[in-house]
Design a protein around this ligand. Structure first.
Ligand code: NDP
Length: 411
């Protein structure tokens, strides 16, 4: 099942639990606007090349639309649509005053020079500048894009509209980016895990963790779990997986990687079959890499008691059912990885205020938002007698539906 089908299915289930009117249900699924532009640029060798850029603006009932821009050869309009919709529910779950959007350019950034990427980003911005904006739609980095991409968008947009740092988030700190943004998704994953474990009378300290992926999210989550006394007994990246039943020394692993070492030649762990990682015995499994990694082939063998979905869509719907029947508790992606967009919201607030927060304030506000969202989700679980995924979906969908009705949507 692709991302669009899975998101729409979860939305429909939530709409049924909430008893939403069928007209409002239909209207919430239809995107506000879908933009498709041709971006033609000269390559460094003088030839002309054209790429298709997309922006799907799903919903703005609760505020400006918010979501990443990805550069990837397989940017597919259906997937962008699903991810835009998911952003609408995610920002509502986190209770930040945004709607949802997503965009991208169908290109392979690895095959473009820095100057070609800059030209492409500027042309894309020229084509969409009057459809994005501080109070309209605020892009952020995603797969294949980064803080530099946001700096180019900011610069190009500002040529048309005057200096506008709040038009994008995930910027370099020197251009108004927020302290704490780089760690935010991983830190949010840890705050979410702490809230879940506290509910079960447990804490990170002393529990065993398995983490798939050691990139931005996985490495920050691992570092913060290690600092809190959690034992990370297995971890992987694209090159393979390692384990250590006594706990992997994460600060040493980070030093080893920073010096150019690979996960597999780290002395503090033994190489293991990466396929075995997801079914390794542990208390908490945190997928931080790809979508669809938990599926009907491996779900029955999962031994973790808790799964915290740091990646987007790591559990496909068949696996979801198998795991639920086994009593595995899953903290869903639309909540668990919302720390990134929450700190993006703090960045936007700081830009609008013209006042920079210190990192402690960013982190303590993030904890407040993540903890409050968890309790809001639990309340929905009690009201609708449902699991955490449906608790999060009913929370998000209900907030967007209420805002839509209050604004008056049938005129
Ligand atoms: P990164 O690209 O920084 O890291 C991805 C990690 O996954 C890398 O360690 C990569 O290995 C590893 N990886 C890739 N393929 C495999 C594989 N087959 N098996 C095991 N590991 C693999 O991405 P992020 O950390 O930013 O994002 C991770 C997930 O979190 C994604 O699903 C993303 O959509 C989601 N997410 C990220 C947010 C953010 O703010 N960054 C916000 C919300 C969601 P290697 O290092 O060797 O390349």
């Amino acid at each position: 099942m692709n991302a669009l089908a899975a998101t729409s299915r979860n939305f429909r289930k939530a709409a049924r639990l909430l008893g939403l009117d069928s007209k409002i249900e239909k209207s919430l699924l239809i995107p506000f606007r879908e933009i498709k532009v041709e971006c033609t640029i000269p390559k460094d060798d003088g030839s002309l090349v054209s790429y298709v850029g997309f922006r799907v603006q799903h919903d703005n009932a609760r505020g400006p639309m918010k979501g990443g821009i990805r550069y990837h050869p397989e940017v597919d309009p259906d997937e962008v649509n699903a991810l835009a919709q998911l952003m609408t529910w995610k920002t509502a779950v986190a209770d930040i005053p945004y709607g949802g959007a997503k965009g991208g350019i169908g290109c392979n950034p690895g095959e473009l020079s820095t100057s070609e990427l800059e030209r492409l980003t500027r042309v894309f911005t020229q084509k969409i500048h009057d459809l994005i904006g501080i109070h309209t739609d605020v892009p952020a980095p995603d797969m294949g894009t980064n803080a530099q991409t946001m700096a180019w968008i900011l610069d190009e947009y500002s040529k048309f509209h005057g200096h506008s740092p709040a038009v994008v988030t995930g910027k370099p700190i020197d251009l108004g980016g927020s302290l704490g943004r780089e760690a935010a998704t991983g830190r949010g994953v840890v705050f979410a895990s702490e809230a879940l474990l506290a509910e079960h009378g447990k804490s990170v300290n002393g529990l065993t963790f398995v983490i798939q992926g050691f990139g931005n999210v996985g490495s920050w989550a691992a570092k913060l779990i290690h600092e809190r006394g959690g034992k990370i007994i297995a971890i992987s990246d694209i090159s393979g997986a390692i384990n250590n039943p006594n706990g992997i020394d994460i600060p040493e692993l980070l030093k080893h990687k920073a010096c150019g070492g690979s996960l597999l030649n780290f002395a503090g762990g033994n190489a293991m079959d990466p396929n075995e990682l997801l079914v390794h015995e542990c208390d908490v499994l945190i997928p931080c890499a790809l979508g669809g990694v938990l599926n009907k082939e491996n779900a029955a063998s999962v031994k973790a008691k808790f799964i915290v979905e740091a990646a987007n869509h790591p559990t496909d719907p068949e696996a979801d059912e198998i795991l639920s029947k086994k009593g595995v508790i899953i903290l869903p992606d639309i909540y668990a990885n919302a720390g990134g967009v929450t700190v993006s919201y703090f960045e936007w607030v700081q830009n609008i205020q013209g006042f920079m927060w210190d990192e402690d304030k960013v982190n303590s506000e993030l904890k407040k938002y993540m903890t409050r969202a968890f309790h809001n989700i639990k309340n929905m679980c009690k009201t609708h007698d449902c699991n955490l995924r449906m608790g999060a979906f009913t929370l998000g969908v209900n907030r967007v539906a209420r805002a839509t009705v209050l604004r008056g949507w049938e005129a």
